[in-house]
Design a protein around this ligand. Structure first.
Ligand SMILES: *[C@@H]1O[C@H](CO)[C@@H](O)[C@H](O)[C@H]1NC(C)=O
Ligand SMILES: *[C@@H]1O[C@H](CO)[C@@H](O)[C@H](O)[C@H]1NC(C)=O
Ligand SMILES: *[C@@H]1O[C@H](CO)[C@@H](O)[C@H](O)[C@H]1NC(C)=O
Ligand SMILES: *[C@@H]1O[C@H](CO)[C@@H](O)[C@H](O)[C@H]1NC(C)=O
Ligand SMILES: *[C@@H]1O[C@H](CO)[C@@H](O)[C@H](O)[C@H]1NC(C)=O
Length: 405
């Protein structure tokens, strides 16, 4: 699976039952949902020069659902999936491309369906924004009219999102117009939050004042997450034993978004050791040596390509509602013995956070207080983890007070 680091609690969301309720209320402003890493459906079409195993498909006549498709994560065919999903980095152009002969698209731009559900086969429905969208429908909202969705290629960071930025701008304007000139609420989850911050940085204040009512951020990793360092070294098994972390690692490492979400030196200082290993210890200032010791120098280039995108954390210039979990055991550092380095999972030093993002990073939105004239509110939910934010009654009720106020 692409098996993103921000996705380790995926299993928790599998096969939840659907419980519609029937209260209708007056709807509030239109809402645009921007998912995080792993939160958009991908379709692929293949005509590959070569495959990694004879049982992998080399050519398909049609587009097929690739992410999320639980069937493709079975051990024997995981390698086929990884070889289709990974990106190729060119260290001269500093751009990524798909593997040769692989076409990938994210269906349904503007539509909520492809960010509500991940496994489109819905044999074992895997929900993402579904519970929030359905709650909004219960409050009187209508899908694809005043709830819209932004599926996108979450493998990439905003340095390769210029088309997406244009499309999002058009979607905001369209949604505003479709809803009788009502300013929209932008809602992000996980990596969707820094993507939205980057988007807002690109717009003029006049445009934001005209089109954007507020920004709601759910579990935003404003300063990165320590967990990404383990993914770079050893791969991430998503907390699911069926997925082999080492098999998934080539794909996980190939994503510039993984490099983008590594911890920032504006949040961790150079006395805090994040990774201990047999060849040395690594802080936020040691990424060059870290990637060299991993034999993966492209990783450092990708970090350099992406680290300045929002690292100065300029305030968004719109009203902000910053919401996240806390009091969940979250990786704060990793220890590798000589034997573990770096193909085995390390020992974990735990800290506070939402299970994926460290608490100091979740608190990054507080740095805007006093730096913009628009209001900033902050709400924490104890014991709600990173993906649990998307399916929690208390969180939904809180969102309701913001959206319908
Ligand atoms: C780019 O990658 C190639 C192949 O991995 C490597 O030999 C070369 O040194 C790299 N160049 C730069 C400028 O990093
Ligand atoms: C949204 O997606 C659903 C399911 O794929 C489809 O039936 C519907 O026509 C789409 N709506 C829009 C507005 O694109
Ligand atoms: C659109 O806004 C105008 C002016 O505020 C209002 O008179 C009208 O009823 C609104 N129409 C709808 C469909 O909400
Ligand atoms: C670095 O961070 C640690 C832990 O937050 C803190 O105790 C220490 O004082 C900091 N050191 C410097 C030099 O800022
Ligand atoms: C790495 O840090 C550990 C403590 O976490 C220390 O015992 C060890 O000497 C350090 N190794 C190096 C090479 O600095």
């Amino acid at each position: 699976m692409h098996i993103s680091v921000f996705f380790s609690f995926l299993v928790v969301l599998l096969a939840r039952s659907v419980t519609p309720s029937h209260q209708k209320g007056a709807p509030g402003p239109p809402v645009i949902l921007v998912p995080g890493d792993g939160g958009s459906q991908f379709e692929a079409k293949l005509d590959k020069p070569k495959v990694v195993h004879i049982w992998c498909d080399r050519k398909t006549s049609n587009w097929f659902p690739m992410w999320l498709n639980l069937e493709l994560l079975a051990p024997y065919i995981l390698d086929c999936f990884v070889d289709n999903m990974k990106l190729v980095y060119n260290n001269q152009t500093r751009q990524t491309s798909n593997m040769a002969g692989v076409d990938i698209r994210q269906p349904g731009f503007g539509n909520t369906s492809t960010v509500e559900w991940l496994d489109s086969s819905q044999l074992r429905p895997t929900s993402y924004y579904y519970h929030i969208a359905q709650a909004m429908v219960d409050w009187g909202y209508t899908r694809n009219v005043n709830i819209r969705g932004v599926p996108y290629d979450f493998r990439r960071a905003p340095n390769e999102m210029s088309e997406l930025m244009k499309d999002m701008k058009t979607l905001v304007e369209q949604t505003y117009t479709m809803n009788n000139a009502t300013r929209v609420i932008l809602m992000g989850h996980s990596m969707g939050c820094p993507v939205l911050l980057y988007f807002l940085h690109q717009q003029t204040q006049a445009w934001k004042d005209k089109y954007v009512r507020s920004l709601i951020t759910l579990a935003g990793p404003w300063g990165g997450a320590v967990k990404t360092l383990r993914l770079m070294a050893s791969g991430d098994d998503l907390g699911v034993f069926v997925v082999n972390a080492l098999s998934a690692r080539p794909e996980q490492r190939s994503m510039p978004s993984s490099a983008w979400l590594m911890p920032y030196d504006t949040f961790w200082n150079d006395t805090e050791i994040l990774v201990t290993g047999p060849h040395g210890n690594y802080t936020v200032n040691d990424y060059k040596r870290f990637f060299d010791d991993l034999g993966f120098p492209d990783g450092y280039d990708m970090r350099q390509d992406t680290e300045k995108l929002i690292d100065s954390l300029v305030p968004p210039g719109v009203e902000v509602h910053c919401i996240h979990g806390k009091n969940v055991k979250t990786p704060a550092a990793f220890h590798y013995s000589k034997k573990q380095w770096f193909d085995y999972q390390p020992d974990v030093v735990w800290g506070d956070g939402d299970g994926t993002v460290n608490i100091r990073s979740l608190h990054g939105c507080l740095r805007w207080q006093g730096k913009q004239k628009q209001k900033i509110t902050h709400k924490e939910f104890a014991n709600v983890d990173h993906l649990g934010m998307l399916d929690n009654k208390d969180v939904n009720n809180y969102i309701k007070t913001i959206v319908l106020n």
